[in-house]
Design a protein around this ligand. Structure first.
Ligand SMILES: Nc1ncnc2c1ncn2[C@@H]1O[C@H](COP(=O)(O)OP(=O)(O)OP(=O)(O)O)[C@@H](O)[C@H]1O
Ligand SMILES: [Mg+2]
Length: 225
């Protein structure tokens, strides 16, 4: 999968709090290729999650285009965009989004309930093993710790073997060893051909970058790759 973002800008309307509008991104270009890890860092509030959500097809840009293999995703009908996202995109959100009443395994399998490929049970066993979730795989998500929820999100994002993965602070709440475990999973996905974009403020995560970008004043500054 080749993703090209061209001239992306995003404003938020803050008129209700009488602060006018806030320009978060301005005229940003980015190319994301399969097999590579892009790491984006920058200070809190600089627009990293905004950019990731625009790239993932979750948030429309105020201007500019995002193309997946040449297809302008925001010109697709809603249903087509949802199917494309479900099939091709793995998304690890910054905040937790597990369904509390479902077990860890059921949560991981959720995306495959929408679009399955018949291999999901095997894949979920593999991810549960790799992300050290075996002991809690039948536990309901509403009793999990922050780090357990984070690992669940990672497994859920990988269940459909997506061709592009967006990870927003994927090592939040994790100790060093578990952080490495998660980053290794993302590295493995890239080795298998996926395009991976990681947003993070963790210094060690930058070691995994093929391309390192800093978000500054609404633009991306290339630091490596
Ligand atoms: N829906 C919204 N309405 C108004 N302002 C918003 C909205 N979403 C984000 N913002 C503002 O846009 C700016 C960028 O937010 P964003 O979440 O993209 O930052 P970030 O770089 O991911 O920050 P962090 O590292 O803290 O997660 C922030 O000032 C935030 O308050
Ligand atoms: Mg953020």
């Amino acid at each position: 999968m080749l993703i090209t973002a061209h001239g992306i800008s995003r404003k938020y309307d803050r008129t209700r709090s009488s602060q006018g509008s806030l320009q978060v991104l301005s005229e940003t270009d980015l190319t994301i290729e399969g097999g590579k890890i892009i790491v984006i860092y920058g200070r809190s509030g600089s627009g990293k999650s905004t950019l990731l959500n625009i790239l993932a097809g979750i948030l429309s840009p105020s201007s500019g285009t995002v193309r997946y293999d040449g297809r302008d995703i925001y010109s697709l009908p809603d249903r087509e965009l949802s199917v494309l996202r479900c099939k091709e995109v793995g998304y690890i959100p910054q905040l937790h989004s597990a369904v509390g009443t479902l077990s860890v395994r059921e949560n991981i399998l959720l995306p495959s309930a929408v679009i399955g490929n018949g291999k999901e049970n095997l894949k979920s066993d593999e991810l549960i093993e790799q992300l050290d979730l075996k002991e809690i795989c039948n536990v309901r998500a509403n009793v999990l710790s922050g780090g357990e929820l984070r690992r669940l999100s990672v497994a859920r994002a990988l269940i459909n073997s997506p061709s592009v993965i967006f990870a927003d602070e994927p090592t939040n709440d994790l100790d060093d060893d578990t952080s490495q475990l998660v980053l290794q999973q993302l590295r493995l996905a890239a080795q298998n051909g996926a395009a991976v974009v990681i947003v993070t403020h963790e210094l060690f995560a930058r070691d995994y970058a093929d391309v390192l970008l800093r978000m500054q004043q609404g633009s991306l500054v290339r630091e490596k790759g």
